[in-house]
Design a protein around this ligand. Structure first.
Ligand SMILES: [Zn+2]
Length: 251
């Protein structure tokens, strides 16, 4: 029986490698997407500060124009005041000058307020940019690592694909269909070692009577708990499938 199972164990090892690689290839792009969306969000908050600064800059233009206009009014009034004859005219012009001066003060105050805000936003931007630059190095590194992992997994799949078909062809068809049925929902692990009476698939003891039958090796023994096909490793150090099942059971 062990000999019959040997081909199946080899097939299972190959299929497990493919299975693990394909699982990784499904998961890794999600992790990469996550990193990319973090970078996009961070970039977005930088763009938002830029936009706020641009809006403030836009507000400056009309005020500066008004300030210039106001200065022209004051300059013209200065020129006129020397030629004034009556007290009435003088008072009217003085009122005009006072108004223009007050407006000038208002505009200057507004401009100062805007420039103050721009300066603060600029400092914000610098701070955000600095932390973004530092984090982006880490995020890019992470992403590169994930991409490298994906390439590795793709190599594994390419390496093992084809091998599985060859092994399938060499296994007894009825055994193969049994194996295919069992591995469904068992993370691809259908054949496991039974070590000192303990199933490596589910870590449960199998009844002693069953274990004896398994050791005798004249018929197929299924674990009563997890329904996997069992085998006993007779030669130490020959157990590739044992390593596999150990790896699997750690998950
Ligand atoms: Zn079991």
């Amino acid at each position: 029986m062990k000999d019959l199972l040997q081909g199946l164990i080899a097939l299972q090892n190959v299929e497990l490698e493919i299975f693990k690689a394909e699982e990784g290839l499904k998961e890794l792009p999600k992790e990469i997407d996550e990193i990319e969306s973090i970078i996009r969000a961070r970039k977005g908050s930088l763009d938002a500060v830029d936009e706020e600064i641009a809006l403030l800059e836009e507000k400056k233009g009309p005020l500066e124009a008004e300030l210039k206009e106001n200065q022209e009014i004051l300059d013209a009034a200065d020129a006129r005041i020397k030629r004034i004859k009556t007290n009435k005219e003088y008072l009217a012009l003085q009122r005009e000058i006072d108004l223009a001066k007050k407006r000038k003060g208002d505009i200057e105050e507004q401009l100062l307020g805007i420039m103050d805000k721009i300066e603060k936003k600029g400092a914000d931007k610098e701070r955000i940019q600095k932390s973004f630059d530092a984090d982006k190095v880490i995020l890019d590194e992470k992403k590169d690592k994930l991409l490298a992992q994906m390439r590795e997994l793709e190599t594994v799949v390419a390496e093992y694909k084809g091998k599985d078909e060859k092994l399938r062809a060499s296994v007894d068809p009825s055994l193969l269909s049994k194996y295919d049925r069992i591995k469904q929902g068992k993370k691809g692990l259908a054949v496991v070692e039974c070590h000192h009476g303990v199933c490596r698939g589910c870590h449960m003891h199998i009844p002693p009577q069953l274990y004896n039958e398994l050791v005798r090796g004249d018929k197929m023994i299924i674990c009563p708990t997890c329904q996997r096909m069992l085998y006993v490793e007779d030669e130490p150090g020959k157990g590739k499938a044992e390593e596999k099942s150990k790896e699997e059971s750690k998950k």
